[in-house]
Design a protein around this ligand. Sequence first.
Ligand code: GLU
Length: 331
Amino acid sequence: MTQSRVAIGSLGGTITMTSESEAGVTPTLEAADLVAAVPALATVASLEAKTLAVLPSASLRPEDCLAALAWARAAVDGGAAGVVLVQGTDTLEETAYLFDLYWDRDEPLVVTGAMRAPQRPGSDGPANLLAAVVTAAAPESRGLGVLVVMNDEVHAAARVVKADSMAVDAFRSPVFGVLGRLVEGVPVFGNRPARVPALDDPAGASPRVALLATHLDDDGELLRQAVAAGYDGVVIAALGVGHVPAALAEEIAAAASKVPVVFATRTGAGTTARSTYGFVGSESDLLARGAIAAGWLTPVKARQLLWALLAQGLGPEDVARQFAARGGAVA
Ligand code: GLU
C-alpha cells in the first residue's frame, strides 16, 4: 500500500537543542536530524522535512509563524495528508492558536515539541514527533483544525495551555479536556472541537497588542501608558471571571473609547462572565464601559486573536463579534 505523505517543518525549541559542554542547550538541530533520530517514522508515512527556523520559541515572530503557515498550506496543496510543525513549547499555546485561526484546510496541522532536550535521559522529543506524525497521517484527524500533540495526548489549539514549566505532561486542556489520546500508536478521539471559519490572512502591518496582567492595587497607569504609546489594542488578564480594581475600570473606559480592550481571566482555566457581578470593576461594569469579554480564551490566546483581527483591519463591532464567536465556542 502506498504510504501517505506527511510534511515536517521545524522552527526550533528544546526538541532541537543540544550542548557540547556544561553550558545550557541552544537550538542546533535541523528538521532532517529530528527525522533521522526516529527510524520508526519511516513505517508511518513518507516524509518531507524542512527547517523553517532554528530559534527558541520566545523569539518566534508573527512573520515566522505566517511563513510556516504558508509552507504548511503549500505542503497539503502538493499532496501531503497532514503537516507537523515542531517548535519550542514556551509559546506553543500561542502559535498553535495563531495557526488555527488561519488554517483553512481539512488536512491536520499538528504542532509538537519536547520538554526534555535530545541529550537528556528520557527525552520526550522522539515519542512526541512520532505521535505527531501518526496523528497527522490519520484520516480521523481530518477537519479538526490545528492539533497539539504532546505526551501521547491530542489537544485543540484553541484550548491547550502550557500549565507547568518543567513537567513532561506540561500541556493540559482545562475544563473540557483533551480531544484524544494515542493508544498503541493510533490516535483515538473522544471529543471534537467546535470549528469556526478561518480568518482572512493579515492585510497590513503587524499591529501592536499589549497584554497587561492586573493585580491588587493596580492604578491603571500601565494601561494609560500603553494607549499613549500607540498600542493598537490591549488585553487585560483580569481577576476571576473578569474583575479589576475600580481605578483600572476608569482607565479601561478611557482606553476602550480609543482602541479595543479585551478582558480575559488570569486564573488559567474557566471563562469570563457577563452578568454575575455588578460592582465597579466587575465583568458587567467592564462590558458597560466598552470592553470585550474573551470568554474561554486565555489571556495569551485572546491577545493572539486580537492581533489577528486587527491585522485583518476589522473595526470594533467585528472584533466584538469575533470574540463572541471564538471565545464562546467550546472545543
Ligand atoms: N521548554 C521550552 C521548549 O520546550 C524552552 C525553549 C523554547 O520554547 O524554545 O522548547
